[in-house]
Design a protein around this ligand. Structure first.
Ligand SMILES: *Cc1c(COP(=O)(O)O)cnc(C)c1O
Length: 646
């Protein structure tokens, strides 16, 4: 790279701060990065799956190599070693808590498949989790089939949740014959009756569980999935009746598990704590009724600090993984001691915290649209005698730190006049263009001057929003980050290169779907949300890549094929002990053919229809042979092409 540019990148003379440190703070990389993300000397975003800075993957180099090999962005980069690291630290946290509180039982985890169902993710977690007897949580027939095919360890659990039909139950009950420990967790009495009846018919004694609904509510965005109003689970009345039915069916010895789930992304630990205490009490009292429950399954809920604020904010969490583990182990241990019942094996089903960090979407910026700017447009040269235009010409001159606010107000008024006169037919298009050009020019100067104000008034924040450039990115929000659109979930977004240059622009991100909702215009910040993101200006002939981070949980298969944009190309990247990274063979994203088929169009039938029409037109003498061949060749190429801009 250019040495002088690198040298410039080292120190910002005005502040004495390293530029890289400053840029890192701008994006909050150290706050939400959890030790996995950083910036190298080249100003590239790095990923350190083992949290060892010397062993890190240069994401820009990964992308550059893919593009060199003629793969087109967008890419989903996966870092499977982060999955290993997350599993290890989660299990270590529980082991430490068990030691600290001298807990008499053990802890095992199960991965909830719904959080990321991709085969490679599942296979990696299962392989990496064998040493911890890591199991799986399933909520449907399809997930159960996937789980049964996995090489779990002997002691690993398959927790079967969700409403069930006969085939789901039948398969779960036969899991024992495969040497798998599949616990069938009844969500309600219907579920339980069906299970007990089928078990009797099949003469099988599968391990059973009951999903318990607590009175304490979880907290955070997803809190409705716990507490009294939760969709699933048994309240006290139902639970007591369920226990009675199990007893009278002679299945008391099969009842092995009680299950709760506090809801996803718990942001406030105090709420979760009371849920764990209540769950422990339900366990102890059930034991007291003579049931030998082996497992207390406390579900998922461990959060991810998306905004890096370490607060109980919607996108954050006010606790550490260790604190969460401590609270679970302590609450259960304490209640069991007090009630003099044996400590159960604690089961957890953390999904988000396990998979969120391991995947990153990289998109290329296609163009930048700034209000009032047209490349090579010479609007200053337009002659106009229109009153508001002449006023704006005056206003645009000599704006300074003293007069900028007044000038801004005047400019807004003149722009109003400009619009009114145009509507009434007094102005031509060139007059209006010149007026608008002047208005935006004034706005930009005013915005720059206003940043020095101590208590910057709101109107200037609104001005920032108006001035934000639109960075048009080659991706579909609906496909790749659906939670942003559906649930206002925020994810960190960072350029993956040029991080040794201070970003001078502000922008919002637009996707390439024709949907105006396809805009990312809220960004994480440790203090308050940002309505535009600090970005770099585009350089001619150079790509500009942005990374959407922490998107490994709940995004990949929730997406729809809006506008028929499909799955993106995936690349697995690992770091070797020698400090060199290696990328696996890319898994090509959906082709046009794939998404057409998914939407019920037979691509072959479409092609035949085109061929038929061409043949007819040829017969009528409207086109010639070469025309026909060209259209057919182009159609074939489009069917095989990537759905995104290539
Ligand atoms: C979704 C779900 C989980 C995973 O929750 P996270 O918040 O992602 O950890 C665990 N258990 C059950 C029953 C679930 O439905």
């Amino acid at each position: 790279m250019d040495r002088s540019a690198a040298a410039q990148g080292v120190l910002d003379l005005s502040t004495g701060q390293s530029v890289i440190d400053r840029v890192s703070r701008t994006y909050g990389i150290d706050s939400w990065g959890f030790g996995y993300f950083g910036i190298n000397e080249e100003g590239h975003l790095t990923v350190a799956p083992h949290k060892i800075p010397g062993l890190s993957i240069d994401t820009y180099e990964v992308v550059r190599k893919q593009v060199q090999a003629r793969q087109a962005p967008p890419f989903l980069l996966r870092f499977p070693q982060i999955l290993d690291e997350r599993l290890a630290s989660l299990h270590q946290a529980f082991a430490a808590a068990i030691e600290e509180y001298d807990y008499g039982g053990r802890h095992i985890g199960a991965y909830p498949i719904k959080v990321n169902q991709k085969a490679e993710v599942l296979q990696r977690l299962v392989a990496s989790g064998r040493r911890y007897d890591y199991g799986l949580e399933v909520g449907s027939k399809a997930e159960l089939v996937a789980a049964l095919a996995m090489p779990l360890s002997e002691r690993a659990l398959i927790a079967c949740n969700g409403l069930k039909d006969e085939l789901y139950l039948r398969l779960a009950m036969q899991a024992g014959r495969l040497g798998r420990l599949a616990v069938i967790i009844a969500e309600d009495l219907t579920d339980l009756d069906m299970t007990l009846n089928l078990a009797r018919t099949l003469d099988l004694q599968p391990p059973l569980g009951l999903r318990v609904k607590l009175s304490a509510r979880g907290s955070g965005k997803w809190e409705d999935s716990s507490g009294e109003f939760a969709k699933f689970g048994m309240g006290t009345l139902t639970l007591v009746e369920a226990l009675r039915r199990i007893e009278s069916a002679g299945a008391g010895e099969q009842l092995k598990m009680l299950h709760i789930h506090v809801g996803s992304q718990v942001n406030d630990i105090r709420r979760a704590k009371s849920a764990f205490k209540e769950a422990a009490r339900v366990y102890a009292k059930t034991c007291g009724m003579g049931f030998e429950i082996e497992y207390l399954n406390v579900g998922g809920g461990l959060g991810v600090d998306y905004d890096g604020s370490r607060t109980a904010s919607e996108f954050s969490m006010n606790y550490s993984v260790q604190e969460f583990a401590n609270d679970i182990v302590y609450a259960i241990g304490e209640v069991c001691d007090a009630e003099d019942v044996p400590p159960p094996t604690i089961v957890t089903e953390h999904g988000r915290a396990v998979v969120a960090y391991h995947a990153m979407l990289v998109v290329d910026v296609r163009k930048v649209v700034a209000p009032g700017v047209v490349a090579d447009g010479d609007f200053g040269a337009i002659e106009s005698e229109a009153e508001p235009v002449l006023e704006l010409v005056d206003l645009a001159q000599g704006i300074n730190a003293k007069n900028f606010r007044e000038r801004y107000h005047d400019a807004v008024q003149q722009r109003g006049d400009l619009n009114s006169l145009f509507e009434l037919g007094y102005l031509g298009l060139p007059d209006k263009a010149k007026g608008e050009w002047l208005f935006w020019k004034i706005c930009r100067e005013v915005a720059a001057l206003s940043t020095t104000m101590k208590d910057r008034p709101r109107e200037f924040e609104e001005l920032d929003r108006m001035l934000a450039s639109k960075y048009v990115c080659n991706f579909s929000m609906f496909q790749s980050v659906p939670d942003f659109w559906a649930f206002d979930q925020l994810f960190p977004v960072v350029p993956i290169h040029r991080l040794n240059e201070v970003p001078t622009e502000r922008g919002v991100l637009c996707d390439i779907t024709c949907d105006s909702d396809g805009t990312v215009d809220r960004f994480v910040d440790t203090k308050h949300l940002k309505e535009s993101l600090e970005l770099h200006g585009l350089r001619a002939g150079e790509p500009y890549y942005l990374g959407f981070l922490l998107i490994g949980a709940y995004q990949e298969t929730l997406g729809d094929i809006h506008n028929l944009f499909g799955m993106v190309t995936e690349v697995n990247v690992e770091i070797g002990a020698d400090g060199r990274w290696r990328a696996g063979r890319p898994i090509r994203g959906d082709s046009v053919r794939d998404v057409l088929r998914a939407a019920g169009h037979g691509p072959e039938a479409l092609r035949e229809a085109v061929a038929r029409r061409l043949a007819e037109r040829k017969t009528s003498g409207l086109i010639a042979d070469p025309d026909e061949h060209e259209v057919l060749a182009t159609s074939s190429r489009v069917l095989d092409d990537y759905t995104y801009l290539v």
